[in-house]
Every structure is written in C-alpha cells, then in structure tokens.
Design a protein around this ligand. Structure first.
Ligand SMILES: O=C(O)c1cccc(C(=O)CC[C@H]2O[C@@H](n3cnc4c(=O)[nH]cnc43)[C@H](O)[C@@H]2O)c1
Length: 241
C-alpha cells in the first residue's frame, strides 16, 4: 500500500525550499508555495486538493500550513517551533461599540479549526497553543495586547493557517499548522527578524512529520494513548487509511 499523501502549504518559496530539503526522498510529502495571506493560502490549497481529487494518486491524508511566524513574547521565542492546537482567524469580524465581534459571534460561520490532538502531541519540543491568522502583521504593543485579550491561549501569529484550514475542511481533510518563529509579535522591528533561525526550526519540525504522521495514523501516539481524540477524528483517520 502506498504511503498516505501529505500536502504542505507554505506561503513563499524560501519556506517551501526549507521544508522540501528536510523531506527529500519522501515523495508522499508534497510541498507547495501557495502565497502570502489567508485568501491566497485558501485558494492555493483548494486548487491542490481539487487536483488531487482528479488524479490517480489518491486523496491527501493531511494538509499542513507551514512557515515562519511571530511569537508572543514569553510564550514562543524567536527560533522556536510552534504547533497549533487551535487555528484561529483573529481579525475576521466586525468592530462594534462594545468592541470586536468575530464572524462566529455574528452568526456567519466559524473562526477556528482544531488539528488532531494526537498529532499535535506527537511533535515533542514544539510550543503548543493557539496560532492566530491575521491579515496584517502586528506592529504595535497595543495591537499585540488586544489580540492576546481577544484570543486566550494564543502563542503565535501568522497569515495563512486559517485559509489553509478552511480549504482542508471543505475536503474533509485534517489540518495542522507549524510555525518557525522569526520575530516577536509587537512593535515593528523588521531588522530584528531572524528568518534563518525560523526556517531552521521549521525544517526541524517538518523533518519530524513523517514519524509523527505515521504514529498518528496508526494510533501509536507517545505513551500509546488515544485520549483526546474525538470520534470524528477516528472516523476521519479510518477513512484515510
Ligand atoms: O515588514 C516587512 O518589511 C516585511 C518584509 C518581508 C516580509 C514581511 C512579512 O510580513 C512576511 C509575512 C509572512 O511571514 C509570516 N509572518 C512572519 N512573522 C509574522 C508575524 O509576526 N505576523 C504575521 N505573519 C508573520 C506570515 O505568515 C507571512 O507568510 C514583512
């Protein structure tokens, strides 16, 4: 039986190349640069999923949003790897006299996707928490504090995760988000971004993916537990085996 296919969606070519380098020789892990921001990420991921549907190679078992990101100070330092327990659209909503209201609160859909808990736990050494998807890179302490308050549990922000997750959800494919941290979320200081360190952390995380995915699909998570896995997750894995 062929290995389960995994689609890894990065924003830009530098991220794609860093990920592809550590997955060389693993043809079932396919890395594509789909563009910066949630809309490009959703469109590019949907295109790849539609192509897979028409091909003889079979459906993807997992879609991964992978790239660099900003870490909230004290939670995800520069050079660390973050894995999303929740993928949250942090600025999708409306300003109201009472403050920000998400589209979920307004009754227009969901603002969060949940990666499989067992797979998240299978990447030891990564910081775990909510990863926010924003359309504008945070550039002030005020905005960083606002996001922290709006999204409890947030450890990092980036611009693509929710777009990738929306596309994956339409195809019923589980999603994961991995971020190598290049900068602190807060006052804009472009000179302080450490993209090389972030790409190295991202590469390390993606290098651990084949074993983690295998353990997740076979139920052999660290400690041998299967707790925290919803019935929906088990059904989804069964379908993909
Ligand atoms: O501000 C600039 O001068 C600048 C120059 C080159 C690239 C950028 C980006 O904003 C890249 C966005 C790209 O990287 C991810 N990313 C990295 N850090 C963050 C962050 O703190 N907040 C949001 N996104 C971040 C993001 O996913 C994009 O793919 C800026």
């Amino acid at each position: 039986m062929s290995a389960p296919r995994v689609l890894i969606a990065t924003a830009v070519a530098a991220e794609r190349d860093a990920v592809a380098a550590v997955l060389a020789g693993r043809p079932s892990f396919e890395v594509r640069a789909v563009g910066v921001g949630p809309a490009a990420a959703a469109a590019g991921t949907a295109f790849a999923l539609a192509e897979a549907e028409r091909s003889d190679l079979g459906a993807y078992a997992l879609v991964v949003s992978a790239g660099i990101g900003g870490g909230f100070p004290g939670l995800a330092p520069v050079g660390s790897l973050v894995v999303a327990e929740r993928i949250v659209a942090a600025d999708l909503g409306a300003e109201t006299p009472e403050g920000f209201a998400s589209v979920a609160e307004l009754g227009f859909g969901a603002v969060e996707h949940l990666p499989p808990a067992a797979l998240v736990r299978g990447l030891p050494g990564a910081v775990r928490g909510a990863v926010l998807t924003v359309s504008t890179v945070t550039g002030s302490a005020r905005r960083a504090a606002e996001l922290r308050e709006r999204c409890p549990g947030a450890v990092a922000e980036a611009m693509e995760g929710f777009g990738v997750a929306e596309a994956a959800a339409r195809w019923g494919v589980p999603v994961l988000e991995l971020r190598g941290i290049s900068n602190a979320v807060g006052p804009r200081d472009r000179g302080a971004w450490r993209i090389g360190e972030a790409l190295a952390a991202l590469g390390q995380g993606c290098g651990a993916l084949p074993a983690a995915v295998d353990a997740w699909l076979t139920g052999a998570v660290p400690g041998g537990e299967r707790d925290g896995e919803s019935d929906g997750e088990s059904d989804e894995k069964e379908r993909l085996r």
